[in-house]
Design a protein around this ligand. Structure first.
Ligand code: HEC
Ligand code: HEC
Ligand code: HEC
Length: 257
């Protein structure tokens, strides 16, 4: 008897004893085959290749080009992010934006203040594997429209079961705005723009709870929703931003020709 066979029979015996001890009916278990040395080496090599490939994939996956290589309809967004900051630019629908910084993807692409000097797709759109799989199926089956339906921050966070504000205040960026409850603190947010004559972050309308993306648009000119009603001169639109009517018009034109 070789050493290997001894191990087999002992293994089988052990499991049989376990079964009896557990009161389980005796059943014939297939004896586990111990790995041969050769199999172990092959497995190690495969594991190393997978891990190394995984690290490479992960690095590549962080680059905007990954998104458009995987899925060419993301190209619009990659081009959008890659624009020069602070000059006239183009939104995701092809409209001119007088100052590209009014699009949050461009404004953040090279940042001055946030934790990372360069923000890429996955810093804002933190990947969720289920969401990616879902999107992948829709892509392959052609279940999507061009232009893409616009998402709100709340919709973008649905897969992670998070609040919309956590899209902006995720671990890569505006965490300093979070309160003890882990959500963006209205006080901290209002303080950030306290110097504005009309503070867009300070409003007293109980029934108005705008998503960050109601105003801060990722890939088109941002707007101030308040200008739907407050049109007085105190409401200064930052450079490149558009008022509510113009913002609505952009959507009507994009989706109804
Ligand atoms: C600064 C954060 C930020 C970065 C960086 C960013 N996005 Fe977005 N993205 C948004 C926001 C906010 C929206 C919500 C829609 C909008 O405001 O345009 C969005 C929406 C989207 C959507 C949904 C469709 C739509 O129009 O709403 C896609 C697809 C998308 N982004 C792809 C990308 C890709 C690809 C990149 C990298 C090239 C990227 N985004 C980089 C913030 C960002
Ligand atoms: C009602 C519109 C509106 C909403 C909603 C809104 N913002 Fe703003 N936000 C603005 C405007 C306008 C500015 C000034 C931008 C500028 O001057 O370029 C601003 C500026 C900022 C700034 C920069 C402040 C600074 O230090 O200069 C941050 C950060 C910010 N907003 C985060 C958020 C987050 C996070 C949310 C959601 C929880 C949010 N905002 C919701 C309109 C809005
Ligand atoms: C649906 C219309 C509407 C929208 C949208 C709206 N407001 Fe108002 N707001 C009003 C009305 C009406 C008043 C009361 C009349 C007035 O003071 O002009 C008011 C009053 C105010 C006041 C003074 C009230 C007070 O308690 O001192 C502030 C500040 C204000 N709004 C800020 C905002 C901000 C910031 C936004 C955007 C986040 C906003 N509003 C969005 C209609 C609106």
């Amino acid at each position: 008897m070789t050493e290997e066979k001894v191990t087999h029979s002992l293994d089988a015996q052990d499991s049989a004893i376990d079964d009896v001890a557990a009161g389980a009916p005796k059943k014939k278990k297939k004896p586990r085959k111990p790995f041969s040395k050769r199999a172990k080496i092959i497995c190690t090599v495969i594991a190393v290749v997978i891990v190394a490939g995984g690290i490479g994939m992960w690095k590549w996956h962080e680059m905007p080009s990954f998104c458009s290589t995987l899925c060419h309809i993301e190209e619009t967004y990659v081009n959008n992010l890659s624009q020069e900051q602070g000059v006239a630019g183009v939104d995701k629908y092809g409209n001119t934006v007088t100052n590209s910084n009014a699009m949050m993807a461009v404004l953040h692409s090279k940042t001055q203040t946030t934790a990372k000097p360069e923000i890429v797709c996955v810093d804002c759109h933190v990947p969720n594997m289920l969401e990616l799989a879902h999107d992948g199926v829709n892509y392959v089956t052609g279940n999507y429209t061009i232009p893409r339906n616009e998402r709100t921050a709340s919709q973008l966070e649905e897969w992670d079961k998070k609040e919309g504000s956590q899209f902006c205040a995720n671990e890569n960026c505006h965490v300093y705005l979070l309160g003890n409850d882990g959500l963006v603190s209205p006080e901290k947010l209002a303080a950030a723009t306290a110097d504005m004559a009309f503070n867009p972050h300070e409003q007293h309308h109980a029934n108005l709870n705008p998503d960050c993306t109601a105003c801060h648009k990722g890939h088109r000119a941002s707007t101030i929703v308040c200008t739907a009603c407050h049109q007085h001169q105190d409401v200064a639109l930052p450079d490149g931003w558009v008022n509510w009517d113009a913002s609505q018009q952009i959507m009507v034109t994009a989706f109804n020709g």
